[in-house]
Design a protein around this ligand. Structure first.
Ligand code: SAH
Length: 346
């Protein structure tokens, strides 16, 4: 298997058959080999720099009903909230003080936030913080909406594809949602000039090796600027409450393969990874990740943005999250940097 890992490192590509062979047959030793190699590539390309993005979870209302997600519309137990524009601006101000130069506005697909409201928000943030990058993560919209957001000044957009296999997609989402539509959204975002982030959940129910092969091939083809992956973690008030969570070793191995396949990509060590292991995010960085996304949401709403059970950092102030992560990165020889951290191909 090492020769396949080397090939991915050298050629940044494997065929479907090769990916399948690697995913199906790798040993623990192969995983370690890939992780070390990916860590070297991360260092060669990005040095010791870890980019930081301030995450503002501004609404947990959602019109969608994804089976895995704790803020799905059918979850009557979720306490719903929306931040006001003023709240959001306060989060940005705090974040700016703490050195953040990227803000990520993430939320459920909340019809209350019309395009006009989002455009206004983008304009306000970009006017006040012209030196900051603004990322949106608010789901599937029309091309016109995405264009309006882009013209208002949004720089980046995160929309995980969740799984690239249409049949698997059906098992995770209600009938009105489709894999093809989500992939098309990603292509539209790229076309409009967003730095675009895709990604998938590791170990989501019924995920097969073939599905994962599809994920890698789709990502190679899309060539996104960012890729977010993290373990699936069950939420008690969803249809997947009794399902198993995704694996730590699997997540780290796939992070490593992504770094080898897309050397320049921005790759977060996600909160979900930090949730399944106390050192999950550090291990993620040592497997090739180069981004962390501490939470800037007001503490009063943190516990309400519960996508899955046990989510970490729900009690901490923004400043605590920021300094906790700086400390964690320093301990593994890395340094959090506060520039915008745009995608660059050298
Ligand atoms: N509404 C936005 C943001 C979704 S939340 C959108 O559609 O993009 C961000 C990500 O959290 C999702 O893309 C999904 O990959 C992840 N997520 C949701 N539920 C999860 C769970 N139970 N375990 C792990 N990750 C989950």
């Amino acid at each position: 298997m090492k020769n396949l890992i080397d090939k991915l490192h050298q050629e940044n590509f494997l065929s479907a058959e090769e990916f399948h062979r690697l995913l199906a047959n790798r040993s623990q030793e192969d995983e370690e080999y890939a992780r070390n190699l990916a860590n070297q590539v991360r260092q060669q390309v990005h040095g010791n720099k870890i980019y930081v993005r301030g995450l503002i979870e501004f609404t947990n209302y959602c019109k969608n009903d994804c089976f895995y997600c704790g803020i799905r519309r059918s979850n009557r137990e979720a306490q719903r909230y929306r931040l006001t524009e003023e709240d959001i601006m306060t989060c940005c101000a705090e974040g700016y003080e703490l050195g953040f130069r990227t803000f990520v506005l993430q939320g459920g697909e909340d019809p209350f936030f019309t395009d006009e409201k989002i455009v206004h928000l983008i304009q306000e943030i970009k006017k006040k913080y012209p030196d900051c990058a603004l990322t949106l993560s608010i789901g599937e919209k029309s091309e016109e909406s995405y264009r309006a957001f882009r013209e208002a000044g949004a720089d980046r957009y995160l929309l995980r594809h969740e799984t690239a296999d249409p049949r698997h997609y059906r098992r995770l989402h209600p009938y009105e949602m489709s894999c093809e539509h989500r992939k098309n959204c990603l292509r539209t975002l790229k076309k409009l000039g967003f730095q675009t982030g895709a990604g998938f959940m590791v170990g989501s129910p019924l995920q097969t090796i073939d599905d994962l092969v599809e994920d890698f091939l789709f990502l190679k083809d899309l060539d996104p600027e960012m890729v977010g992956i993290g373990p699936f973690i069950p939420h008690k008030d969803t249809p997947f409450a009794e399902e198993r969570r995704g694996g730590l070793e699997d997540t780290l191995f796939y992070l490593a393969l992504l770094r080898l396949m897309l050397p320049y990509v921005l790759l977060p060590a996600t909160t979900a990874l930090g949730t399944i292991h106390p050192k999950g995010r550090e291990m993620g960085v040592l497997s090739g990740a180069n981004v962390v996304m501490p939470n800037l949401s007001p503490v009063s709403v943190r516990k309400k943005y519960m996508l899955y059970d046990g989510k970490i950092c729900t009690g901490d102030e923004s400043a605590q999250c920021r300094s906790c992560l700086s400390g964690r990165m320093q301990q593994i020889g890395c340094e959090i940097v506060t520039d915008r951290g745009d995608y660059k191909k050298k």
